[in-house]
Design a protein around this ligand. Structure first.
Ligand code: BES
Ligand code: ZN
Length: 940
């Protein structure tokens, strides 16, 4: 049973506040360390402090030995760890290195007799202990521990290996002791350092990012999610405030033991950040950030929203927050957006810090949703953890679904729940329609290496996971869904589970409530979870027949990914069709039919030509008769059905004709997203001019609408969605060359350059900066760059970083590309996204591609921290690819770098090739039609 609210044990994860200080011993240690590093030319080799010879290190290709397998044997089970870590926040001036030292004792139970200890360890150097070995072993309970026969580090599989001269005995407990040193590098993984300037002084933070497999870079551990244990953490750090930082005092902070938890959720941070706090029902909530950010009130929004969101999830899960405190900290260098370390959530600054004068409504929404997402994990993921990474989709998909529920609680006026359709359903439809997609669920044995685990953090896991869970919750009803969820959490609290365990609990809830569903939860969900892709349902209103088939963007592509169910026409793919009332909602207007209301179902819909015509008729005469979300969906479905050659491209284009009357955000956003594809395909061709003319005509009424709504751009629209759509109006109007828009943005930007007072509302800054920089030259660029470098809040810097990529000057773009790989110019965390911004610019596209091709192995080795960034990079720089020549280059790129590899971007390379092939065909088949259509539309 889950532990409830009255847990008195405090969690041992905390941020600690210290000042900077230098210690002579640090220098001594780091000299030793760097000498060793230099000798070995590789920092994963063991060290003995320079006093004894090196133990063997193996780098050979995997054999069948246990240490060549990526998964731990089942013989040893950790119970608890005592870990002391001492990060040095001062650089050793001789070696140029930052390091940390540590000691660890892990108590484990022997579950099966064995004479081998394997424990994860990566890039750690060990000080030799008894008999020159890398660790020492003692036993508990009187018996003598076997001696260590040999010990070495297995680099490829990331183990510390200890061979014993006798067996460990079943059910006996042992202690393994180690002393080690690691580099506190700026590599955004494991125990790493983040740097920032404050009052002209460089400051260093030691922080961690363990998920998925970097806890082993901080201390030797059984680094698998099911190897839950209790962690007793002690951090050694400088004492006092900045003023005392030259003193030699150090202090120890001993944290209360953690709950039983997985290694990937650990966090240790040493900083001299400030915090604000409040307490809600006995839970201490703190927001940490750089002192000036906290002083400027930038943590206030997060602090105000955390309590209500936490309360919401307690109710939703029917489970008290399992820890006594909830810390959240904004870090200047952080690879992902945020990380759900239990009780100490880490964020990028842009994902946590809010400032009225700099943050847009979109920034604010991201903060509310990301907090909700990470807090949702405190139970789903942290309290109950998936057994192995192959089920990652359930963890991330679930949090990505309920983040909308949590954000809705924080900001009920926003209608944020609707946005899942654009941000997740539509987003993932684009990749899940490729033959190179993959099912949500992977086989456990297929996910072994760290890169394979990292690759799972993709749009399928996040957005398809979220979409199918939303569908499931909707069709079971929220009452039944939460009932099953609650018993699932209660049964597996502090333990591990698999996705089928959730299905069992949902089934129990279905049975207990007598809910009438046509198949078991498991049967229904298997079709969505075990096979890739999704169906297109065709509703034929003339025959009354509803049919379905696997939707493939390129109908000629070959589906080779094995799946249990074949993706064939007919009912086997999509059992819910047998329960059409549950999944396909049909509103019948006078003579039209609309399916998949609010896009609750994870599928696209096609109709017979007659019904399409009637829907177009409603759009043009009375578009509000169709719900807003479905207006967005009609546009998205039509464009994608056209790309798949199921309907004509002209029919898709016709869904945009009513837009001159549309004022709502979602349909516009959907149209802009789809028209982006047209820009990508045609912004280098003769279609461009007539397309611009047509779109300018369509968007002008929206632009005028906002001009009058805001009293000539003086006010801000009231509604959240309206604020978003105002941005669309300006972006598209300027993009299509509406003079008034261009004058407006240039004038605002010039005013800023001249007066140094920024007159631009935060909501509009990204697009205004981008347009002004595109229209300007070096002067505008340099001004924006200096503003970027001096920005006091990351959210403003990010808007500028994006806009700097909009210049039309190739030399500025090339120089900017060079900056992306210089961490003094662009932080490592931002490198790949900046390259992608540049590639989005039609002038920057080929420059970015050449740059990435030329530097791939450097980028890959230096920026390899496992998260989303590589797949985004590969997809981003190849998005416009639509010629044979580009396809050849892409294939060549794949071949040339086969040895270096693509890590978490591996799948993205295949997706890009497939997309390029589809684009080539699409242009060949559609260019003339599209050109003719735009031209005809221009005529009065
Ligand atoms: N667990 C992830 C963070 C993560 C991602 C760690 C990839 C390691 C590799 C976290 O819960 C997460 O999903 N963060 C998202 C935010 C969310 C709102 C989608 C992120 O970082 O963007
Ligand atoms: Zn997550």
């Amino acid at each position: 049973m889950g532990k409830g609210f009255f847990i008195s044990k405090a969690v041992g994860i905390a941020a600690i506040i210290v000042g900077a200080g230098a210690l002579a011993t640090i220098i001594a240690l780091s000299v030793v360390y760097s000498q060793e590093k230099a000798k070995n030319n590789d920092n994963v080799l063991p060290t003995d402090g320079g006093t004894t010879s090196k133990p063997p290190v193996t780098t050979t290709a995997p054999s069948n030995e246990p240490w060549d397998k990526y998964r731990l044997p089942k013989s040893l089970v950790p119970d608890h760890y005592n870990v002391t870590l001492w990060p040095r926040l001062k650089q050793n001036l001789t070696t140029g290195l930052f390091i940390f030292t540590g000691q660890s004792t892990v108590e484990f139970v022997c579950a099966e007799e064995t004479d081998l200890i394997l424990i994860h360890s990566n890039k750690l150097n060990y000080t030799k202990r008894e008999n020159n070995h890398l660790a020492s072993l003692t036993s508990l309970g009187g018996v003598k521990a076997p001696s260590i026969k040999s010990s070495w580090l297995q680099q490829v599989t990331q183990y510390l290996v200890l061979q014993l001269d006798g067996k460990l005995m079943k059910d006996h407990r042992y202690h393994l002791h180690t002393d080690f040193t690691g580099e506190l590098a700026d590599d955004l993984g494991g125990f790493y350092r983040s740097e920032y300037m404050e009052d002209g002084v460089k400051k260093v933070v030691a922080t961690t990012q363990m998920q998925p497999t970097d806890a082993r870079k901080a201390f030797p551990c059984f680094d698998e999610p099911a190897m839950k244990a209790i962690f007793h953490i002690t951090l050694i750090h400088d004492l006092g405030t900045v003023a005392l930082s030259n003193g030699h005092d150090v202090q120890k902070t001993v944290f209360q033991p953690t709950e039983k938890m997985s290694t990937y959720l650990l966090a240790f941070i040493v900083s001299d950040f400030s915090f604000i706090n409040n307490t809600i029902d006995g839970v201490l909530i703190r927001i940490f950030a750089r002192t000036p950010a906290i002083a400027a009130g930038q943590g206030d929004y997060a602090l105000n929203k955390t309590g209500p969101i936490l309360k919401f999830f307690e109710k939703y899960y029917n489970s008290s927050y399992p820890l006594p405190k909830s810390d959240q900290i904004a870090l200047p260098d952080f690879n992902a957006g945020a990380m759900e370390n239990w009780g100490l959530i880490t964020y990028r600054e842009t994902a946590l810090l809010y400032d009225e004068t700099f943050s847009s409504n979109s920034n604010k929404q991201r903060i509310a949703t990301i907090i909700a997402h990470e807090l949702a994990h405190m139970w789903f993921g942290n309290l109950v953890t998936l057994r192995w990474w192959n089920d990652l989709w359930l963890n991330e998909g679930f949090a990505s679904y309920v983040e909308y529920l949590g954000a809705h609680e924080a900001e009920p006026e926003w209608n944020v729940k609707d946005l899942i359709v654009l941000s997740d359903v539509h987003r993932v439809f684009a990749v899940d329609a490729l033959a190179s997609s993959h099912p949500l669920s992977s086989k456990e044995e297929d996910i072994q290496k760290p890169a394979q685990i990292s690759e799972l953090f993709d749009a399928i896991s996040y957005s398809k996971g979220a979409s199918v869970l939303r569908m499931l919750s909707d069709f079971l009803t929220e009452k039944v869904f939460t009932m099953g969820l609650r018993t699932y959490l209660a049964e597996f609290a502090f333990g591990n589970a698999g996705y089928t365990d959730l299905w069992s609990h949902l089934q129990m809830a279905v049975d207990a409530t007598g809910t009438d569903i046509p198949e078991t939860v498991s049967n229904i969900m298997n079709t969505w979870v075990l096979q890739m892709g999704f169906p297109v349902v065709t509703v034929n209103t003339s025959t009354g027949i509803i049919s379905q088939k696997h939707f493939l963007l390129d109908p000629d592509s070959e589906v080779t990914t094995p799946s249990i169910y074949k993706c064939v026409d007919g009912l086997s793919y999509f059992p819910p069709l047998r329960t059409i009332n549950l999944y396909v909602f049909i509103i019948s207007g006078s003579d039209w039919v609309l399916a998949n209301i609010n896009v609750v179902g994870y599928y696209r819909v096609n109709y017979d030509q007659g019904n399409w015509e009637r829907l177009l008729g409603v759009l043009s005469t009375n578009h509000v008769a169709i719900p807003v979300i479905n207006r967005a969906q009609l546009v998205d479905d039509a464009f994608n059905l056209a790309r798949a050659k199921i309907i004509s491209t002209v029919l898709a284009l016709r869904t945009t004709k009513y837009l001159n009357k549309e004022r709502e955000y979602m349909p516009w956003e959907s149209a802009v997203g789809n028209l982006d594809f047209f820009y990508l395909m045609f912004d280098r061709s003769e279609v461009y001019g007539p397309m611009q003319d047509y779109l300018r005509n369509q968007v002008t009424p929206l632009f005028t609408h906002y001009k009058s709504l805001t009293d000539n751009w003086k006010n801000v629209p009231v509604g959240h969605m309206d604020q978003y759509n105002q941005v669309n109006a300006i972006s598209l109007a300027c993009r299509t060359g509406l003079r008034e828009c261009q004058n407006l943005t240039n004038q605002w930007f010039n005013q800023w350059m001249e007066t140094k007072l920024n007159p631009i509302h935060p909501n509009l800054r990204s697009t205004v900066y981008c347009n002004a920089i595109a229209a300007g030259g070096a002067k505008e660029w340099e001004f924006a760059w200096s503003q970027f470098k001096n920005a006091s809040i990351a959210i403003e810097a990010d808007k500028l970083r994006y806009a700097l990529a909009c210049t039309k000057q190739p030399w500025l773009l090339n120089r900017y590309l060079e900056y992306t790989l210089d961490p003094n110019m662009i932080r490592k965390q931002d490198a790949t996204s900046t390259i992608v911004y540049i590639a989005n610019n039609v002038i920057g596209q080929s420059l970015a591609w050449d740059f990435v091709r030329a530097r791939w192995s450097y980028i890959f080795t230096q920026y390899g921290g496992g998260s989303f960034s590589f797949s985004n990079l590969v997809n981003g720089v190849t998005e416009r690819f639509s010629t044979e020549y580009e396809l050849q280059q892409l294939k060549q790129f794949k071949e040339d770098n086969a040895e270096v590899g693509f890590g978490s971007g591996t799948l993205a390379v295949d997706q890009s090739i497939e997309r390029t092939i589809a684009n080539i065909k699409w242009i060949a088949e559609n260019k003339q039609n599209v050109l003719d259509w735009f031209k005809a539309e221009e005529k009065p």
